[in-house]
Design a binder for this molecule. Sequence first.
Ligand SMILES: *Cc1c(COP(=O)(O)O)cnc(C)c1O
Length: 255
Amino acid sequence: MQPPAPTFATNLAAVRERIARAALRAGRRPEEVTLVAISKTFPATAIRSAWGVGVRDFGENRVQEWESKRPEVADLHATWHLVGHLQSNKARRAATLFNCVDSLDSMDLARRLDGALAEQGGATAGNKLRVLLEARLAPEESKTGADPDVLESLARAVLSLPNLELAGLMCIPPFSEDPELARPYFRRLRELRDRLRSALAESAEARELAGHRGILLPVLSMGMSHDFEVAIEEGATEVRIGTALFGLRTGSHGP
Ligand SMILES: *Cc1c(COP(=O)(O)O)cnc(C)c1O
């Protein structure tokens, strides 16, 4: 008899186990790390199967692709993340298609997202669009993300927009086979978050936000299939994992 092909459930168990070990190594609790399953290029049926075995956070990197899959999984209660670069002409659609935009990198986008929600009657307190600021930590290698020196002004601007909830930072380090080479980027993101947290702590908006959540900027979205354990050791609270769960993607599709 042939051994069965690895199924999503097997992959999920292995990834969860690795997440737990990495967290424990770093003296953290495994529950502090949210697994965001990156379902880009995979059909809605794959999302449904993943949901069936307990995944509740999903990430897509293209607005249009998600728009076409979404009707088939509209009955599933899950948190839907946009993790890819958002073009300004798609901001209006993204604002209602996703619960979280994890790749916000400009004032213009922030205003467009907020404006789109305002036009639809505005978000209620518990129902704002969660955003993460994507930091561009290797300017020579990546085109997306905000430069670290504008993060503070961007954060202040986002805090003043009533329909967005600023939750933390995100980064995509340059790809390398060796996950250790990503470690300095992950560490840098955590340091940037800590600095931003102190810089914003005095603002009234930040105090109000921290009041809801208990802590300001709790989220660090960092780590993908090949480097998530290192990211967790450096403080990741969300890991974005595609290949290690769903298998290899065919064709070219983002990072
Ligand atoms: C595709 C993608 C991922 C997942 O990548 P894997 O290497 O397949 O785990 C994570 N984050 C972003 C922004 C992506 O586009």
